[in-house]
Design a protein around this ligand. Structure first.
Ligand code: SF4
Length: 326
């Protein structure tokens, strides 16, 4: 790892000012950033430590939940109000990483973690995301964990955050502060498709800091679940995952929001699958129809073709847990 400078900030405005210098980034828990710097996947001249900022509160009221960008994963996952009102958030966090990582890692950092594509993590490999224009060996190489939706001929990597999938199903908003002030970004616009520029992964401008996340939801939140399928029971990223938010009235789906991990190049919302279920009863036919709608645009590679079927089964599984057909 190359030597780097280090500053601490005690208020957000100072942090933003310090981070507006070239080749500078923020550090909170450091659970991903330090690995990336050690392995040569990222290179920063200066880090601004934001752990002393007062951005760790979790507030729950009739408008929903506001989670500070520096709240720790464990803190949010264990919050009884979050567990009761937004179980999909707690479940996604508890399905992530290890207890040690969850104790350290911040909510903002979780949303900004980088892909687990092995070529990206190996500084000796070509990778358009790490070195633009160098190529994408995953397209013809090892692509078992890669995406089949939203891909380009430059990059097929998935985003690894479970929390981001849950927040996508909940229509969350990401609050940021930067040199030009504060703004709110709907999470569906926060992550961007790789296109020709896979090194650009989100809508953050240089120097912007995630100050928090807002999840809308009245006092009677709909039912929600997170289902994650992975190669081992803990400390493992999703092969596929599903976040479902559902409200049923008189036996018919009144409200449904579905997001998926492990299949798209960003946390993947599926309006097509939602439309196949809205206003209908949850039956084997309607659920199967939703699954087919989800994968209609799928462009799998040799190594990840199995996920096309797997994610449809995962969707059926999570809807079954929410009262659908067994
Ligand atoms: Fe790099 Fe993306 Fe290709 Fe992986 S899939 S090697 S991250 S360009």
């Amino acid at each position: 790892m190359r030597a780097f400078g280090y500053s601490t900030a005690t208020d957000p405005a100072t942090a933003v000012r310090l981070a507006s210098r070239p080749d500078t980034t923020y550090i909170a828990g450091g659970t991903d950033l330090l690995n990336l710097m050690r392995d040569g996947s990222e290179d920063h001249h200066h880090l601004v430590d934001i752990n002393r900022l007062r951005l760790a509160d979790v507030t729950v009221d009739d408008d929903g939940v506001r989670i500070g960008g520096l709240a720790r994963m464990r803190q949010v996952a264990d919050d009884a109000r979050v567990r009761r009102r937004f179980p999909v958030v707690s479940q996604a966090l508890l399905a992530s990483a290890s207890p040690q990582v969850r104790n350290m890692a911040s909510i903002g950092g979780n949303l900004l973690q980088r892909t687990r594509c092995g070529y990206f993590r190996d500084a000796g490999s070509a990778c358009n995301k790490r070195v633009p224009g160098s190529g994408c060996p995953a397209i013809t190489g090892d692509n078992r964990i890669h995406a089949f939706l939203g891909t380009s001929d430059r990059c097929i990597a998935t985003h690894p955050s479970d929390l981001a999938v849950a927040l996508t199903a909940l229509d969350a908003t990401v609050n940021v502060l930067g040199p030009d002030g504060a703004r709110q970004i709907p999470i569906t616009d926060f992550y961007v498709l790789p296109g020709d520029t896979p090194h650009l992964e989100n809508a953050l401008r240089y120097g912007e800091l995630i100050t928090g996340v807002e999840v809308p939801g009245g006092p009677s939140a709909p039912m929600s679940r997170y289902l994650k399928l992975r190669d081992r029971a803990t400390f493992e990223f999703a092969v596929v995952s599903v976040a479902a938010v559902l409200r049923v009235r008189a036996g018919r789906v009144q409200e449904i929001r579905l997001a998926f991990g492990g299949i798209g190049t960003k946390p993947w919302r599926s309006p097509e699958a939602e439309a196949a279920l809205r206003g209908r009863r949850l039956t084997a036919e309607s659920v199967a129809e939703a699954g087919r709608a989800l994968v209609r645009q799928a462009a799998p590679r040799d190594g990840n073709e199995f996920k096309v079927e797997l994610v449809q089964r995962a969707l059926a599984g999570v809807l079954s847990e929410l009262g659908g057909p067994r």
